[in-house]
Design a protein around this ligand. Structure first.
Ligand SMILES: NC(=O)c1ccc[n+]([C@@H]2O[C@H](COP(=O)([O-])OP(=O)(O)OC[C@H]3O[C@@H](n4cnc5c(N)ncnc54)[C@H](OP(=O)(O)O)[C@@H]3O)[C@@H](O)[C@H]2O)c1
Length: 320
């Protein structure tokens, strides 16, 4: 169990998830939080990561650092998504184990589960079928991360475990139209189209797939919850347990942004997995559930997007 005076290292504290965790830790009164940007510490460098953990000796490590992106980015840079994520997590998990870090939380995503997993997806559906091909590179890396923590639990009794959040959204999201996820991309498209005189908005796919979305502050809440108790299992889904169609999501965002134009569906573009809904009963049994409903979360995100319109995050990837 982690106490307020313990030293906590948040890897990836400037990202959407890491920054929400960092804000929440500060709010809860954790005083000893260690952070490094990727330019101060490139987590792909094993020697540097090893020296950093040895020097800082954190009590807990939260891995919210990863190379993250949507379908297009995953499909265009498969090697980067596989390699960078494997190496970042391996460096951090190994250095934590070697330096006797008490607790480690590894964050992955629901794409680790098979494309046609029974819905809602339970933790034990892991490795029971084929992955969604477009983001298999990222998924394979994340599965390896789950197994790495599980192997340390088994072999050394480490309190290292994985949280698999569903699709997340919120302040600090990536709003680049080429590399972002569906929800922030829609916010930007509808807002741009409204400003341009309610021009039509073209969206990818058929609109039929069903997706679940969790407000990022809720995942931060789940991380803080798990830090403060002994987790019995190696893997927990973190979500709402509720999903909506992409069409319904588009209509919701259209209404929140005040766009009055047409929505055009570009069905030549891929849909991805037909349905993705988490079974969240394992976390519920531990005593945790989400609090922010989708409409409220999108309103908060949109407000933040408007307030920071000139400085919104746009993440681009480079080869190599
Ligand atoms: N976004 C989602 O919808 C979602 C859903 C489920 C799970 N997750 C999981 O949550 C985690 C974080 O996602 P996110 O959305 O917060 O991503 P993000 O906003 O892109 O942030 C990722 C962070 O990782 C850091 N990073 C990347 N490469 C690095 C490197 N080589 N060395 C050091 N730091 C590096 C970056 O640090 P700098 O800013 O310093 O460059 C960045 O702050 C991921 O594991 C992801 O799988 C996300």
């Amino acid at each position: 169990m982690i106490q307020k005076q313990d030293k906590i290292y948040v890897a990836g504290h400037r990202g959407m998830v890491g920054s929400a965790i960092y804000r929440r830790l500060q709010k809860e009164g954790f005083e000893n939080i260690v952070v490094r940007t990727s330019s101060e510490l490139d987590l792909r460098n094993q020697q540097d990561v090893s020296a950093f953990i040895k020097n800082e000796k954190p009590d807990a490590v939260i891995i919210a650092a990863a190379k993250v992106g949507g379908i297009l980015a995953n499909d265009t840079y498969p090697y980067d998504f596989l390699h960078d994520n494997l190496i970042i997590q391996d460096n951090l998990v190994h250095a934590s184990h070697q330096n006797d870090v008490k607790k480690l939380v590894f964050l992955g995503s629901s794409c680790i589960y098979p494309k046609f997993a029974e819905q809602p997806m339970r933790e034990d559906s892991l490795l029971t079928g084929e992955l969604e091909p477009t983001n298999q590179w990222y998924a394979i890396a994340k599965i390896a991360g789950v197994k790495l923590c599980d192997a340390l639990r088994k072999q050394f009794g480490r309190d290292y475990f994985s949280l698999m959040p569903t699709n997340l959204y919120g302040p600090g999201d990536n709003f680049d139209l080429e590399t972002s996820h569906v929800l922030p991309a829609m916010i930007r498209k509808f807002d741009d189209a409204r400003e341009a005189g309610h021009k039509p908005v073209t969206l990818w796919g058929s609109g039929k797939p069903m997706r679940e979305f969790l407000y990022v502050d809720d995942v931060a809440d789940a991380v803080i919850f798990t830090l403060q108790r002994k987790m019995e299992k190696n893997l927990y889904n973190v979500g709402t347990g509720k999903d909506i169609t992409i069409t319904e999501l588009a209509q919701k965002i259209q209404s929140i942004t005040g766009h009055k134009g047409e929505i055009v569906w570009d069905s030549d573009k891929p849909d991805g997995t037909p349905r993705k809904l988490m079974d969240v009963s394992r976390m519920k049994e531990e005593g945790w559930s989400y609090t922010t409903e989708l409409t409220e979360g999108i309103k908060k995100t949109y407000r933040c997007f408007r307030e920071n319109r000139e400085s919104i995050r746009e993440v681009r990837f480079e080869d190599g």
